[in-house]
Ligand binder design. Structure first.
Ligand code: R5P
Length: 301
């Protein structure tokens, strides 16, 4: 903790200054918002408005969605510039970690994108990457780069209790992949939990959820997932739950990409409330992750 006092600079990329400022306050660190622009040919530019070389530690904060490719490049440029200008240690906070879902070779010849992204940061000397609720935490790991996954589950438990203070609530994972998330939150709340079985066509992206006997009759079901992208997973799960007699269906997801007509799909499937974190700012971002990121930085750096 001592190291973090005074000699730390939180370097926020534009669009991430709300999170960066709160982290800086919590860590008693300096805060600067970097200048960025796009050259006429489409290349990215980054500039520190103050000298990062005066700091022992520079923590770059970048919300890497939307425009994942561009924002990742900007974060890499910012980390590189900090090192080049003499900062002793560089860490990067990517509240939403792009490319995390391509964490293995599903089909022959594919890139393992997550590994490629992490290796790029490690290659320029970044010491750690902090991300929130990474798709598969066990895949968020490479040698010589500290990969810190921050779990917002305590906050989710609190949000669930605000909506359903007493009464019958069941937590549900739309697939086996998020079951561990649901189990952690359900155990904290001491409520029942279950999962559905989802499969996705790797080529078309189409999802199928197999209906399953599950006791939700008359109960309020909260579906918990890491990502809402097209909204198909949650809408399909809600349809199945409704047909099993659920009294209400809500969703909590960490990263709400809300692509295309995702919101309309969720609404017409009767999903209410929709609760998201602010790793990606949306109209549903009720859970602020700045505090838990700051806690993770305090306890691990
Ligand atoms: C996949 O395994 C993730 O956990 C989410 O369930 C998925 O990304 C949601 O995608 P969509 O909203 O497009 O169904």
């Amino acid at each position: 903790m001592k190291k973090l006092m005074g000699k730390t600079l939180i370097a926020s990329m534009p669009g991430s200054e709300d999170i960066g400022e709160k982290i800086a306050l919590a860590l008693n660190a300096a805060h600067a918002v970097l200048e960025t622009k796009i050259f006429p040919d489409g290349e990215s530019y980054v500039r520190y408005p103050i000298d990062p070389g005066k700091y022992d530690m520079v923590i770059v904060v970048q919300r890497a969605y939307p425009e994942q490719d561009r924002r990742l490049i900007k974060a890499l440029l910012a980390a590189h510039a900090a090192r080049d200008l003499g900062a002793k240690e560089i860490h990067v906070v990517l509240p939403y970690l792009p490319y995390a879902r391509q964490d293995r070779r599903f089909r022959e010849g594919e890139v393992i994108s997550l590994k490629a992204v992490l290796e790029l940061f490690r290659g320029i000397g970044v010491k750690s990457i902090v991300a929130v609720d990474v798709h598969k935490p066990e895949a968020f790991h490479i040698e010589n780069l500290r990969c810190i996954n921050v779990e917002p589950f305590r906050e989710y438990a609190r949000a669930i209790r605000e909506v359903v203070s007493g009464g019958d609530v069941v937590l549900l994972s739309p697939d086996l992949g998020s079951y561990w998330r649901v189990r952690k939150i359900a155990e904290a709340l001491n409520v029942p939990f279950d999962h559905l079985e989802k499969s996705r066509d790797r080529v078309t992206g189409e999802i199928t959820i197999r209906p399953k006997e599950i006791d939700v009759k008359g109960k309020f079901v909260f579906i918990i997932d890491d990502i809402i992208a097209t909204g198909s997973t949650i809408a399909e799960a809600a349809r199945i739950l409704r047909s099993r007699g659920a009294a209400g269906i809500g969703v909590i997801a960490t990263h709400c990409l809300m692509l295309g007509d995702a919101e309309a799909k969720l609404k017409s499937a009767g999903v209410e409330p929709i609760i998201c974190s602010n790793t990606i700012p949306t109209a549903y971002s009720r859970i602020d992750v700045s505090g838990i990121i700051a806690e993770a930085l305090k306890s691990t750096l």
